[in-house]
Ligand binder design. Structure first.
Ligand SMILES: [Zn+2]
Length: 731
């Protein structure tokens, strides 16, 4: 079939030159299509096919568009400031009227010019282009009527200068453009949009080039290169400019217009290649000859050269900078499809004329056009969308996925539908990863191992998918096919995950890792371009891997609190869960919770350190509790002795225990009156006994009261039981 084999010049090294932006305005979605497309192709070559890539991008920072834009901005801002301070509305109104009239003439002349019939035998493609250009020119005239209406309504200097801005700027440039001579004005304008370009690429997640080259830093090599082409007799000087001699080049047998064969160059194509500030074609030997060096007119930046002061033509910069960094033979040259001719054909002709080789570039990658809702994007059509505007509505991943879902080298339509398709696919992948992760949180070791028929068939599906994705990427990097194959794989996985049999963690993980790897290769998953080992080997990984254990702890705690609340538990149970979270769950996660009366603080620390602290705290608390318990046992044992003593009634106290068989007779209160031998007791003896009995009376009454209804024996038995209980916990 018609597939070309890709063969780099040198083994696995691939040199790649990409035409970068002309930095005169904000980047729009057309730029996003081109640069995201090349980023995707480059990532595939670098991260999937594993070529060693040298990727060069240039910055065109001197160009007719930059010169005009910078000059007009400066002149308009100065005019406005002067007009506001002079405050002469009539004068401004009259100047605006003149500028608007000139602009209307110019726009109408363009329509008349495009209405001229094309000569017979003009190719259909050119006729089509002409009618598109005519429609646009007519549309611009319609748009201009709106500006004219705005001018009519205006009543102040500020308000009249809004709708008339473009016309006034053009008029001022015509009158005074030649007076702008400070090169810094052009440089500042270009630098501002160069920085914006890099910022926009970073927000889109476009990998940085390996080398960036700026035209203004390459002027001497450009002059030398042009001298080389002149020396080889493929270019000639005319009126201070140098032109490429297309007939001389072809006359020597070189193949000119390799990319877009044909001999007729339309006026539009020629004008686009040469720029708005180019001199008349009377300087050229043939109308298709193009400028390598342009004599600078007043009001244009210029550099010295053997042909007088001037500046480089557009195409020559790429030939020189790519030859300088990469050399005489380039593997891949990229750019938007609109650059195919004249830019790329002319670049190649120049380089081949300089190096005197037959083929300077081996492969051209041309990213397809982007249409906005079916129309060409242009400021006059009011469907101009900057990258920044697009990123306000959609994420960089959604935009990238949208481009991945299109053939990269075909025209595509940017519409709500295409973005919504991308968003739906993104969500589909996201749900899949979520479902897999939830399965992977379970403990696979506790599950049945091996493979069921369902497992075997999922593995077969994966193998087939890997092969077809590879085939699609080998075939002109058909990412739209690869994405669809991955979507189908996810669909199979979803069935597998919801089937009756429990999914196998190891298998589904393998599939999910493969899908992730491919999405990362496409640039849909951030990361992969970091330098070094990462922040910390344990804290690294995804957000989910980091927060997972904490979320688990929280969910588990919540579960316990809910259960306790449902079973109407007392505060003790809630507090015990709180202690458990502090002393165990969070401690093991390396979080130290410090309680105080007001609020609790937390700090991160080594889990080992916190666990030790908790252990020590527990030990101290146990020791204190044990000390307290021992003191209580001692006290209770005293109480028991006392109670046993107080248990004897006062009337019986001299008849039992140590008093038994000691006394001969007693009085009514049970106090002894004589000894066993019949001897009466002395007065002091009786007094002492009466006192003893009184004390016993008090102690006994107290005991009776303390014992209450259960009685003295039971009371003492309870005390003894309590002592036994406490003693068990005393070590
Ligand atoms: Zn280029």
């Amino acid at each position: 079939d018609d597939i070309d084999l890709f063969l780099p010049v040198s083994n696995r090294t691939v040199t790649w030159y990409l035409c970068g932006p002309t930095v005169y305005d904000a980047c729009h979605m057309g730029h996003a299509r081109a640069y995201l497309t090349f980023d995707i192709l480059r990532r595939l070559m670098e991260d999937y096919f594993h070529y060693n890539i040298l990727y060069q991008v240039n910055i065109t920072d001197v160009d007719d568009k930059i010169i005009l834009r910078a000059r007009q901005n400066k002149l308009f801002n100065e005019y406005k400031a002067d007009a506001v301070s002079a405050n002469d509305y009539k004068a401004v109104e009259s100047y605006v009227a003149g500028a608007m009239g000139a602009m209307r003439n110019k726009l109408e002349n363009k329509v008349t010019e495009l209405e001229e019939p094309l000569p017979e035998g003009t190719p259909a493609k050119q006729i089509e282009k002409r009618s598109e250009a005519l429609a646009e020119a007519k549309f611009k005239v319609e748009q201009f009527a709106e500006a004219e209406a705005g001018v009519k309504e205006a009543t102040t200097i500020e308000s009249i200068l809004v709708p008339s801005r473009d016309a006034v700027a053009a008029q001022l440039d015509k009158e005074k453009g030649a007076t702008v001579t400070d090169p810094k004005i052009f440089e500042d304008h270009a630098r501002r949009f160069e920085r914006e370009f890099h910022e926009d690429m970073a927000s889109l997640g476009v990998r940085e080039p390996d080398v960036v080259t700026r035209v203004t830093e390459y002027i001497p090599p450009i002059v030398e290169y042009i001298e080389g082409i002149v020396k080889n007799e493929y270019a000639y000087e005319s009126n201070g400019s140098v032109y490429f001699d297309t007939n001389a080049f072809k006359g020597e047998g070189y193949d000119y217009r390799k990319l877009k064969p044909g001999t007729e160059t339309s006026a539009e194509e020629m004008a686009e290649g040469e720029g708005a500030l180019v001199g008349g074609s009377s300087e050229k030997k043939h109308p298709n000859d193009f400028a390598l060096w342009k004599a600078s007119k007043p009001g244009e930046p210029s550099w010295e050269s053997p042909w007088g002061n001037g500046r480089p033509g557009w195409h020559i910069e790429c030939s020189v900078m790519a030859s300088d960094i990469i050399g005489e033979n380039i593997d891949i040259h990229g750019g938007g499809v609109d650059l195919m001719f004249p830019h790329h054909d002319n670049e190649m002709a120049q380089a081949e004329a300089y190096h005197q080789c037959g083929q300077w570039v081996n492969y051209f990658f041309h990213a397809g056009h982007l249409h906005i809702k079916g129309l060409k994007m242009s400021k006059s059509l009011k469907n101009f969308i900057t990258i920044r505007q697009a990123l306000e509505e959609h994420s960089p991943r959604q935009l990238r996925l949208m481009f991945l879902m299109q053939p990269w080298d075909k025209p595509m339509n940017y519409s709500d539908q295409t973005v919504d398709d991308a968003k739906a696919k993104e969500k589909y992948f996201k749900n899949f990863f979520g479902a897999v992760k939830s399965v992977l949180r379970t403990d696979f070791v506790s599950e049945r191992q091996g493979w069921t028929p369902a497992d075997r068939s999922l593995r077969e599906v994966l193998l087939k998918v890997q092969e077809s994705v590879h085939a699609s990427l080998c075939d002109n990097m058909k990412t739209y096919e690869a994405i669809q194959i991955l979507v189908d794989l996810v669909q199979d996985c979803n069935k597998y995950l919801t089937a009756e049999d429990k999914p196998k963690n190891l298998l589904i993980k393998k599939v999910a890792i493969y899908v992730t790897k491919m999405l990362r290769v496409f640039g849909l998953i951030e990361g992969g371009d970091e330098i070094g080992f990462g922040e910390s080997s344990s804290a690294g990984g995804s957000k989910e891997a980091v927060v997972g254990p904490f979320v688990d702890a929280f969910v588990e705690f919540r579960e316990k609190v809910r259960t306790a609340a449902k079973s109407k538990s007392g505060p003790g149970e809630f507090l015990s869960h709180c202690d458990e979270v502090r002393d165990s769950t969070l401690a093991n996660l390396g979080i130290r919770v410090e309680d105080s009366t007001e609020t609790s603080m937390w700090k991160m620390d080594d889990p080992e350190v916190i666990r030790k602290e908790v252990e020590e705290k527990k030990q101290r608390a146990a020791e204190a509790a044990s000390k307290k318990a021992r003191a209580k046992v001692d006290r209770l044992e005293g109480d028991v002795t006392k109670a046993k003593n107080a248990a004897t009634t006062p009337t019986e106290m001299f008849k039992t225990g140590s008093h038994a068989d000691r006394w001969g007779s007693y009085d009514d209160n049970g106090k002894p009156t004589t000894t066993k031998d019949g001897e009466p007791l002395s007065k002091s003896q009786q007094k002492s006994m009466a006192k003893e009995q009184k004390n016993q009376e008090k102690a006994h009454a107290k005991l009776v009261k303390a014992a209450g209804e259960k009685g003295i024996d039971a009371y003492i038995a309870d005390l003894e039981k309590e002592i036994e209980g406490l003693k068990i916990n005393l070590v």
